[in-house]
Design a protein around this ligand. Structure first.
Ligand code: HEC
Length: 566
């Protein structure tokens, strides 16, 4: 009986994030060796989530979105995957340096990718985070009742910073202190000379970094649920080069009064958890910027200087917050979400409402499990100023159209696997790090010309081959001089909006005097007349004619069709 209880505890605890069931399921399976089907049943009964691993390998493709097509190129990374469930070994963040996007994944080896060549391991390894020592705690009889989950002590983010003193990488990770049996969110800095322009010129081992900051207090492992809930560490970085301020999100590690015996740490005005912190680039003068956060998985400094944060809610209530100094965002006293047991959050001021504390500018109900976010500038003009939020369970990017402080709409762009971080590279492309171990690069492409195509016209009209051939040839002749897109007149007026319009009335500035002198508008009769004998219609015109009246008829019909498609 005791065994079963333990399994359920494990499943419920990870099950909170839905897809993480597999992690709980497999840990349990290993511990008790119970049959697969039995555990699947337990998992499904307890949280009703599918027992599937949604980390799926991606392939290169073109994604379509409302305003753009997006070319997606995938670069797999061979990272450490020794545990049973890949979900336990996930996490990590991205930054840009030189031509590369730099990745610090959960296990500490730093990688780089430029969006063209295969991703590569760099000569940089992050400082030790005490993970092995933490996992050894399992052997300690004093901690026999604690759920020590391997992989939850992990690296969360990396940021390239430039200061008056030089440049550096800052790594963010959860650090286990074996001597004092406690853990912190820790920042370490790797300085390198100003004239270095490629990550390939940097070699650094774990001891080459300077630890510049540790959150306070150092937290003791807890006996409820998992001992250290490193998946709620947050640990995301953003840097404001103008004020030279480093921002760190520090999660509440599930010390929320539900999964802990302690009071919610996010509402403790002093403890540096459930907070967004700001500090100097050397880690000094750290201060609490905002409180009442649960698990901020994305922080970004937008080009206009504003700080946005994307935050995991409980069941429902994932948030994007505009961060202002001194604000309290309410967790766990207020949330648009509810507890994992589908009841009001114990001790909360309201049920699924957000009336008292600083309200998010956007929220997801049900949860999509938000992860990284980035502020778009220079990917494509149609996206400038938008926020892009990655999601884990929803396997998608969300583009939020931001006007002032308001989100006007969201567009979901399916990627197809769990997305851990999203980052806009210095060349404008968008880089993603996935839980299936891939660097993904996105570049903007114009939407295909969906104007009524000649092929579609031939199909609709069911033209015989003897007509279709010459008609197609004639239409491609027109395209030598004319565009079929509105308002594009290079050598000749656009043919997109001709039908029913006045003759020679577009913004094309090269009309002949003869054509300009013609009264009336284009209809089938005038078009056919013009096409069959342009010189008679407008003496001296540059426009060549065509011979076959039947083809002229089809061309005129096509121009009518085209006009109606815009
Ligand atoms: C060699 C270049 C060339 C080709 C090929 C050509 N055109 Fe033109 N077309 C012109 C020019 C130049 C004008 C402007 C004529 C003028 O102002 O006298 C024009 C004008 C027109 C106009 C009048 C548009 C308006 O704004 O009033 C129509 C309609 C037209 N062309 C249709 C066609 C079609 C249909 C084809 C193919 C069957 C075709 N053209 C092939 C150069 C070309």
């Amino acid at each position: 009986m005791r065994i079963v209880t333990k399994i359920i505890a494990a499943v419920v605890a990870v099950g909170g994030v839905g897809v993480a069931v597999l992690a709980g399921h497999q840990i349990a399976q290993r511990e008790v060796g119970a049959p697969d089907a039995f555990l699947t049943k337990v998992a499904n009964r307890v949280i009703g989530a599918p027992d599937t691993d949604t980390t799926v390998a991606l392939t290169d493709q073109t994604l379509s979105s409302a305003l753009l097509n997006i070319d997606m190129t995938v670069f797999p990374v061979e990272t450490e995957r020794t545990l049973l469930s890949p979900l336990q070994q996930s996490g990590g963040g991205l930054t840009s340096f030189g031509d590369d996007v730099i990745l610090l994944p959960y296990a500490g080896q730093v990688y780089a990718a430029d969006g063209v060549n295969p991703a590569r391991a760099t000569q940089i390894v992050a400082p030790s985070n005490g993970r092995a020592e933490y996992e050894a705690l399992k052997q300690d009889p004093d901690y026999a009742d604690y759920q020590i989950v391997p992989g939850y002590i992990r690296y969360n983010d990396i940021e390239h910073i430039v200061t008056d003193q030089g440049q550096a990488f800052v790594a963010s990770y959860t650090e286990y202190d074996a001597e004092n049996v406690c853990y912190t969110n820790t920042l370490a800095r790797l300085d390198f000379p100003q004239d270095v322009t490629s990550v390939d010129d940097i070699t650094a081992g774990p001891d080459d970094w300077d630890i510049i900051f540790r959150t306070a207090p150092c937290l003791a492992p807890k006996s409820r649920y998992f001992a250290i809930e490193g998946h709620l560490a947050s640990g995301r970085l953003a840097y404001d080069p103008e004020s030279q301020t480093l921002y760190l999100s520090s999660g509440d590690f599930h010390l929320d009064g539900m999964r802990s015996d302690t009071a919610p740490i996010a509402q403790d005005p002093v403890a540096q958890y459930g907070k967004i912190l700001a500090m100097n680039p050397d880690g000094s003068d750290a201060r609490i910027v905002s409180m009442g956060h649960r698990n901020v998985q994305g922080v970004v400094r937008a080009p206009d200087g504003r700080i946005f944060a994307a935050e995991h809610g409980p069941q429902g209530g994932d948030e994007v917050n505009l961060i202002s100094e001194g604000n309290n965002y309410g967790w766990p006293t207020e949330s648009y979400g509810i507890s994992y047991s589908s009841t009001p959050i114990p001790g909360s001021a309201s049920y699924g409402r957000h009336d008292t504390f600083s309200r998010p500018i956007h929220s997801w109900v049900p949860s999509v499990a938000t992860s990284g976010l980035t502020a778009i500038d220079g990917f494509d003009p149609s996206w400038d100023g938008d926020l892009l939020v990655a999601s884990l369970i929803d396997n998608a990017l969300f583009r939020l159209r931001l006007v002032g402080e308001e989100v006007i709409y969201q567009e979901r762009i399916n990627i197809g696997t769990r997305l851990r971080d999203v980052h806009q590279h210095t060349d404008g492309s968008i880089a993603i790090w996935t839980d299936s171990g891939e660097f993904v690069f996105l570049t903007a492409q114009p939407l295909p010309d969906r104007a009524f195509t000649v092929e579609r016209f031939i199909e609709r009209r069911e033209l015989s081959a003897s007509l279709a051939g010459p008609f197609e040839t004639e239409m491609s002749n027109c395209a030598q001089c004319h565009s079929f897109l509105p308002d594009q007149h290079e050598n000749a007026p656009s043919l997109a909006r001709v039908f029913d319009n006045d003759i020679a009335s577009s913004s094309f500035d090269g009309y002949s005097d003869a054509l300009k002198a013609r009264e009336g508008s284009w209809d089938k009769e005038t078009l056919v007349e013009f096409l069959l004998d342009p010189q008679a219609f407008a003496p001296g015109t540059q426009m060549p004619g065509l011979e076959d009246p039947e083809i002229a008829d089809l061309v005129a019909d096509y121009l009518w069709r085209l006009d109606r498609t815009f």
